[in-house]
Ligand binder design. Sequence first.
Ligand SMILES: C[S@@+](CC[C@H](N)C(=O)[O-])C[C@H]1O[C@@H](n2cnc3c(N)ncnc32)[C@H](O)[C@@H]1O
Length: 283
Amino acid sequence: MKKIFEGDNLSLLQKLPRAFARLVYIDPPFNTGQRQARERMRVKAADHGKRVGFGGRRYEVEHVESPTFEDDFDDYIAFLIERIEASLPCLTPDGSLFVHLDYREAHYAKVALDRLLGRDRFRNEIIWAYDFGGRPKRWWPAKHDTILWYVLDPKRYVFQFDEMDRIPYMAPGLVGKEKAARGKTPTDVWWHTIVPTGGKEKTGYPTQKPLGVLERIIKVHSERGDTILDFFAGSGTAGEAAARHDRGFVLIDENPEAIAIMSKRLARWGPEVVASSKQASAE
Ligand SMILES: C[S@@+](CC[C@H](N)C(=O)[O-])C[C@H]1O[C@@H](n2cnc3c(N)ncnc32)[C@H](O)[C@@H]1O
C-alpha cells in the first residue's frame, strides 16, 4: 500500500483502518501553532475524565482560547499527544512509534508520552548528532535532535538486529583487522550528516530529514511488506526510505507544497495521492 493524503492529520487518522502499520514515524514541526488558526485543546490525565485513551487511561479535554500558540507550551504538547493518540489504533499490536523532536521539546514530549503509553513502553532515546552550521561562542552549539522510541507491547516488537548498518570503530587498531573491516553496530547516539545542500537527496523542503536516518529506523523496526505511517510527512523522506526497502507507506501532510514535493519524489513507486476533500482509507 502506497498512499499520500493531503489534509489535517487529526481528522484523517481517525478515518484510517486499524492495525495496518508496523511502524509510525513522525517528525512534527517545532511550532505548529504559528500557522494554525483553529480551536485548540488541552488534554490532561484525570481519574474521572470522560475520554478513555490507550490502556484504559482517562483524560479530560479542555477547549482553550490561545491566540499566542507559539509561546503556549501546553498547547504544543496537547496538539502532538492528541494526534499520537489518534494514530495508535493504526499500529499493529507489535508496532513501534518513533517521535522525532527538537531538543527544546523532547523532555516535555517524553513526559507526556510516558503518561499516554506507560513508562514500560519506552525503549530508547536516540540522539541524532550532526555537525553543520554556526557555532555560537557563549554556549555549546546545539547540534542534535532527539528521537523517542516506544513499543505497544514491551514483550513483542520488531528489532531486526542483523539489518543494522555497521559503523567504523573509533580506534580500529585496537580490535584486529577482521573486526575493523566489519565495523561495529551503532549505539543510541547516531552520527549522521544533515541532508547535504546541493546534494542529490535535497528536495528543497526546509525541514527535510536525511534518508540515512530513516533507512536505519525502517530496516530495523519493520520487515519487507510492512507499511509505515508518517502523518507529518513533509518531503516524504519516510516514504522514500520505506519504498527503497520494499515497504509500503501512508503519508499525510496538510501543506500542498509538501504534497507536491513528496508526490514527485515518490512518483517512481506509483503512490495514490488523495486530495484533502476525499475520504481516507488505507485499504
Ligand atoms: C518537520 S516537517 C516534516 C519533515 C519530514 N520529516 C521530511 O523529512 O521532509 C513537519 C510537517 O508537518 C506538517 N504538518 C503540520 N501540522 C500538520 C497537521 N495538523 N496535519 C498534517 N500535517 C501537518 C507540515 O506541513 C510539515 O510539512
